[in-house]
Design a protein around this ligand. Structure first.
Ligand SMILES: Cc1ncc(COP(=O)(O)O)c(C=O)c1O
Length: 392
């Protein structure tokens, strides 16, 4: 069967195919950057009209007591099933960077006698910057290590280990079960950055005993540009979770306006200041698309799309034209990274031809395959366009 027929067959058999119509994508564009900024759901524009006109405009400040103030927790409960988390452990507030700061400082405070913070050497830069700052502020030592080298690095001096579940550059997926167990065996805490795995594959934070996790909502959760991030704190750690950004939003009685800070009980203590309501409610609306969606189907389709794209690239491009950086086995997220010496110029040309991926310095072309709205036909079109660009 040729590639066109294969794409058609795979798309015809796709149990998630009906969801594409929920997204507002420009006709003729192949959008493969949902790992950076997810596409908008049609329902979000309508919901934002209602929020601005009826809630903000119609109810004015009364809206704060009509659902706005509780939104960080309520939206967190919607994300919890995607994380494999029971209720009461996820709050949506601030950015991933800010939540990383809260989580790392709190983790260090949970282990007063331990001196080291360990960070995945291939981490997304913001994680490394924040960890450096946390180490300086708390008088700890920062150590970077490849995830494969962790056993050699961990010891009774390790306070916390910060790991990215999926490597943003290569798409490599780390083994959360094994690494969490390894960190725990050293008596340390683990913080997982789930930016590239939430909405990609079934997660099992509770079952694996993960301590803390953060992640953004504007990629595979389609919350919109700058949508607030989530913070997961395992229930039994919440009472001791002492995060440093002691704003009134995390106070036990925020409207008592008391002079002293008393943290809220439970996950609410992960909050800091006034929630960004418009973004939060856009995200809440976007999350409705997950109702009834089986993450196993999402995962199966993501693997199929990425496999098929690599197959198309391999068949259509001359041998050696690009190097596939993403693992070929299942240890990968839903992106394919290709190395090419002129990656930046190639991506510029692809985007000019309405195939939108992105470029990561110095030589990586990234293509994200969001299973809710990308098709195998899109993958084939992208591979053909890449072939045309490289031939030109
Ligand atoms: C792995 C990872 N962590 C963190 C971030 C960014 O965090 P923030 O939401 O604070 O910009 C990104 C953004 O792409 C990311 O890929």
């Amino acid at each position: 069967m040729d590639l066109t027929a294969r794409a058609a067959k795979l798309d015809a058999e796709d149990p998630l195919a009906h969801l594409r119509a929920e997204f507002d994508l420009p006709p003729g564009t192949v959008y493969l950057d949902g790992n950076s900024l997810g596409a908008p759901l049609r329902r979000v524009a309508d919901q934002m009209q209602r929020v601005v006109r009826e809630q903000w405009g119609g109810r004015l400040i009364r809206s704060w007591s009509e659902g706005w103030w509780e939104a960080p927790r309520r939206v967190g409960e919607r994300i919890a099933p995607l994380l494999g988390a029971a209720p009461g452990q996820v709050v949506v507030a601030d950015s991933t960077s800010v939540n990383l700061f809260k989580a790392l400082v709190a983790a260090v405070r949970l282990a007063p006698g331990r001196r080291e913070i360990v960070v995945d050497a291939a981490t997304f830069p913001t994680d490394g910057y924040i960890a450096t700052s946390v180490a300086e502020l708390t008088g700890r030592v920062l150590r970077t290590a490849d995830a494969d080298e962790l056993p050699a690095v961990l010891g009774d001096g390790t306070a916390v280990v910060l790991l990215n579940h999926v490597d943003y550059r290569t798409g490599r997926l780390h083994d959360m079960a094994a690494l969490t167990a390894r960190v725990h065996a050293a008596g340390a805490r683990v913080v997982w950055d789930l930016c590239h795995s939430v909405g990609v594959l079934p997660l099992a934070l509770d079952a694996l005993g993960v301590d803390l996790a953060v992640g953004c909502t504007y990629k595979f959760l389609n919350g919109g540009p700058g949508a607030p991030a989530f913070l997961y704190v395992r229930r039994d750690l919440q009472e001791a979770f002492d995060q440093p950004l002691s704003g009134w939003g995390g106070h036990r009685e925020p409207f008592a306006m008391a002079p002293d800070y008393v943290p809220a009980e439970g996950i609410e203590r992960g909050r800091c200041g006034t929630p960004d309501i418009l973004s939060l409610l856009a995200l809440e609306s976007a999350l409705e698309v997950w109702d009834g969606v089986a993450l196993a189907d999402v995962r199966a389709k993501g693997l199929s799309l990425t496999d098929f794209f690599v197959e198309c690239v391999t068949e259509l491009l001359p041998p050696g034209a690009v190097e596939v950086l993403t693992p070929r086995d299942e240890r990968r997220g839903h992106q394919v990274s290709l190395r090419h010496p002129d990656a930046e110029a190639v991506m510029t040309e692809l985007i000019a031809r309405e195939v939108i991926g992105d470029f990561r310095s110095p030589d990586v072309l990234r293509f994200g395959f969001a299973p809710l709205y990308v098709t195998h036909a899109d993958a084939l079109h992208a591979a053909r366009t890449l072939t045309d660009v490289l031939e030109a």
